[in-house]
Design a protein around this ligand. Structure first.
Ligand code: ATP
Length: 373
C-alpha cells in the first residue's frame, strides 16, 4: 500500500439526532478521504460535530445519510468490534483490577491470541511506549501521563488499521500535554497506523498533524496541511480559529479593464492594493464581489516611520505590548479600521515605535487573503 491510499472515506455523511423541529444536525453532508499512514486531525470548537464523525467511523453511531467506507468497503452495518479500528478516549478506561500487562493482553486474548503470544505482544507495546519496566504494576500506581501511554499501548496492540483518538490529552497538564504530543506523533510514525485525532486545540493540531480538517457547525470548511491551513485559510472562520488574523472589510474597486479586484476601499478613504493577491488559493482571477473581507496575519504586516509614500497605508500606533520574543503594535488606519501587527524583538535593539507615532503600513500582496465569509 502506498502512503496515499485511502483508508477511510466518508461520502455525503449527515447525522441528525432527534426528529422534527428539535432535530440536531450534528453533521451536514460531510465528505472526506483519510489516507494510509497519516496523522489526520479534526479540529473545531465545541459542538461542531467532530466527536460525532469519529463515533461514526468507530461504529458507535449510525449515519442518517451517506456512507463511510474502509479501504473501499462500506462499513455502515459493521458493529464496532468487527471493525479493524480502535479508539483511545479522554478517560483512559484502564481496568483497575488488572496489571498493566494484563490490560494490554486482555483484548488480544479475546481475539483468540494464545497467552504467550499476547504476553510477547504486550511487552513489545510497553517497549514502544517506553514503559517496559511497568508491566506488573496496577494502573493506580501510574501517573496520568503513564496511564495514557498504557491506554495507547492497549489500543495499538491488535495492530488496527486506524486508531481514533478523542481529545486524549485534554486531562493532562500543559507540560505533559506537550510531551505527549511529540510522543503521539512518534507512535504514529513508528507504527505506520492511521491516526484520526479530535481536538479543539489549534496548537495541538498544528504541532502533530499531517492534515487538518477544520469543522464548524457540522461541516468541514477546509482540509489541508497545517501550513496550508495557517497560510491559506479559505474562510474567515478558519483564519480566526487558527492563529491571530486581521480582518479588513471594505468595498472592492475592480480593475477597469479586467474586472478583477484592484483594491479594497476602507471606510476612512484609504485603499489597500490587491494587485497580485491570489484569491482562494487559485491563480485564475475571479470577478470582483462588491464587498469583501481580506485577512492578513499580524507578523506579515510591515511598519516604517511615516514617509510621504503613496503606496503605503497611513496609520497611528494606539498601543504597544511587549511579549519578550516579539512586540505587538495596535494600529488604527481610520476610525473603524484597526490592525494588530507583530514585530520580532532583536537583541538590544530599542523599541522602534511608541504610542502615538505615525507609521507607514505595508500589507504585502503575498500575505493578503480574500475570504469567503
Ligand atoms: P465537543 O468538543 O464539545 O465534544 P464536538 O465538536 O465533538 O464537541 P459533537 O459531540 O460531535 O461535537 O456534537 C455535535 C452536536 O450534536 C452538538 O450540538 C451535540 O449537542 C449534538 N449531539 C451529540 N450527540 C448527541 C446525542 N446523542 N443526542 C443528541 N444530540 C447530540
Amino acid at each position: 500500500m502506498s502512503d496515499r491510499d485511502v483508508v477511510i472515506s466518508a461520502r455525503a455523511v449527515s447525522k441528525r439526532f432527534g426528529t422534527g423541529p428539535h432535530a440536531v444536525h450534528a453533521l451536514d453532508d460531510v465528505s472526506v478521504d483519510i489516507f494510509q499512514n497519516e496523522f489526520f486531525t479534526m479540529l473545531g470548537p465545541s459542538g461542531c460535530g467532530k466527536t460525532t464523525l469519529l463515533r461514526l467511523i468507530g461504529g458507535f453511531e449510525q449515519a442518517s445519510d451517506g456512507e463511510i467506507a474502509l479501504e473501499g468497503k462500506a462499513l455502515n452495518d459493521l458493529p464496532p468490534f468487527k471493525r479493524p479500528i480502535n479508539t483511545v478516549f479522554q478517560s483512559y478506561a484502564l481496568f483497575p483490577h488488572l496489571t498493566v500487562r494484563q490490560n494490554i493482553t486482555f483484548g488480544l486474548e479475546m481475539q483468540n491470541m494464545p497467552k504467550d503470544a499476547a504476553n510477547r505482544r504486550a511487552d513489545e507495546m510497553l517497549e514502544l511506549v517506553r514503559l517496559a519496566q511497568f508491566g506488573d504494576r496496577q494502573p493506580s500506581q501510574l501517573s496520568g501521563g503513564q496511564q495514557q501511554r498504557i491506554a495507547l499501548a492497549r489500543a495499538l496492540a491488535p495492530a488496527p488499521k486506524v486508531l481514533l483518538l478523542d481529545e486524549p490529552l485534554s486531562a493532562l497538564d500543559l507540560k505533559l500535554r506537550k510531551e505527549m504530543q511529540i510522543e503521539l506523533k512518534r507512535l504514529q510514525t513508528e507504527t505506520g497506523i492511521t491516526f484520526v485525532f479530535v481536538t479543539h486545540d489549534q496548537e495541538e493540531a498544528l504541532a502533530m498533524s499531517d492534515r487538518i480538517a477544520v469543522m464548524q457547525a457540522g461541516k468541514i470548511l477546509q482540509i489541508g496541511s497545517p501550513r496550508k491551513i495557517y497560510e491559506n485559510p479559505t474562510h474567515r472562520f478558519v483564519a480566526d480559529f487558527i492563529g491571530d488574523s486581521n480582518f479588513l472589510q471594505g468595498d472592492i474597486l475592480p480593475d477597469a479593464t479586467t474586472g478583477i479586484p484592484a483594491s479594497l476601499a476602507l471606510p476612512g478613504g484609504q485603499n489597500v492594493s490587491l494587485a497580485g493577491v491570489i484569491q482562494n488559493g487559485s491563480s485564475s482571477p475571479t470577478p470582483a464581489p462588491a464587498r469583501a473581507t481580506i485577512a492578513i496575519r499580524p507578523e506579515r504586516i510591515m511598519l516604517q516611520p511615516r514617509t510621504n509614500s503613496e503606496t503605503a497605508l497611513h496609520g497611528r500606533i494606539d498601543d504597544v505590548v511587549y511579549f519578550g520574543t516579539d512586540t505587538t503594535y495596535h494600529i488604527s488606519l481610520d476610525d473603524q479600521t484597526r490592525l494588530l501587527t507583530r514585530v520580532q524583538n532583536r537583541d538590544g535593539a530599542a523599541m522602534p515605535f511608541a504610542r502615538g507615532d505615525q507609521v507607514d503600513v505595508t500589507l504585502p500582496a503575498a500575505a493578503i487573503r480574500i475570504l469567503v465569509d
